[in-house]
Design a protein around this ligand. Sequence first.
Ligand SMILES: Cc1cc2nc3c(=O)[nH]c(=O)nc-3n(C[C@H](O)[C@H](O)[C@H](O)COP(=O)(O)OP(=O)(O)OC[C@H]3O[C@@H](n4cnc5c(N)ncnc54)[C@H](O)[C@@H]3O)c2cc1C
Ligand code: FES
Length: 269
Amino acid sequence: MKEVFCTKVLKNELIAKGIYSMILEYHEEIACRIIPGQFVNLYLNRKDLLLPRPLSICRVLTESINIVYRISGSGTKELSCYLPGALIRVSSPLGNGFDLSICEKDVKPKASIVGGGIGVPPLLELTHRLVGMGVSVQAVLGFQDEPYLYEEFQKAGAAVRLATDSGKTGFRGTVMDLIKDETSVQEAEERFLGEICFACGPSPMLSALSGHCIKTGTLLQVSLEERMGCGFGACVGCVCKIKTSDGAILKKVCKDGPVFPGNEVVFDA
Ligand SMILES: Cc1cc2nc3c(=O)[nH]c(=O)nc-3n(C[C@H](O)[C@H](O)[C@H](O)COP(=O)(O)OP(=O)(O)OC[C@H]3O[C@@H](n4cnc5c(N)ncnc54)[C@H](O)[C@@H]3O)c2cc1C
Ligand code: FES
């Protein structure tokens, strides 16, 4: 059941151009139920910014959670001004996170994490959980110019590959360019992305990755970040198309997702 409670901002700092990392006090007994890939709704204190802002849980910490956000409009701009000690309303964890059941087997699959831009933060808690389960994790992370958080993925135990559009750090190009480049080299021996891949990022990246994983036989789960309204299933403001044997049906990203099987999502052309 969805709960909304008042909490305290513990930290809110700039970590890259336009990107902030916020730590929020969070009830321990609720935090321990968080599934990687879930998000929270944040309610801003300004009355004119009525709708909640959905933000993914980047890390579950002791009696707190970490969220990492990009300033994209008036709500996230307002959020960036909250100083430690500010009070804010936050929801309990929402949506369906990543399904890790395949990683619970005795023979662990090789897993990949693929993140693009602000789709990177939701994959950090997942990386910690996978490594904790004994899974070998490769993180392929793409940014426009300035990479952030990648050291946290290394500390979590993932082998990190970086791609930047500008070529400033790592491979020059998108994560899909990097993946295709590596796949053509390794194709015959081993799948570059392993048996299972977890991804979050812009829709064109997820769409291309889905096509790639279908070809290479890699299982894929994607986390969608659609525009939302209410954030908890009441307004139909966040639907996406999902393939079924009878054609496509509409599902709510906030309630049925945000994580879906990559081969079932119909990405808009
Ligand atoms: C499940 C989920 C997880 C997300 N996780 C993150 C995250 O970890 N870090 C991050 O930076 N961003 C994340 N986003 C996107 C984030 O919610 C939007 O950037 C934010 O709501 C924009 O609010 P704004 O007031 O600054 O922008 P405005 O454009 O002024 O927002 C106006 C309204 O549209 C909604 N809206 C605008 N853009 C989006 C969007 N992309 N997704 C959903 N609603 C939107 C806002 O919530 C608000 O109600 C996530 C979105 C979803 C759906
Ligand atoms: S945002 Fe209202 S139903 Fe999903």
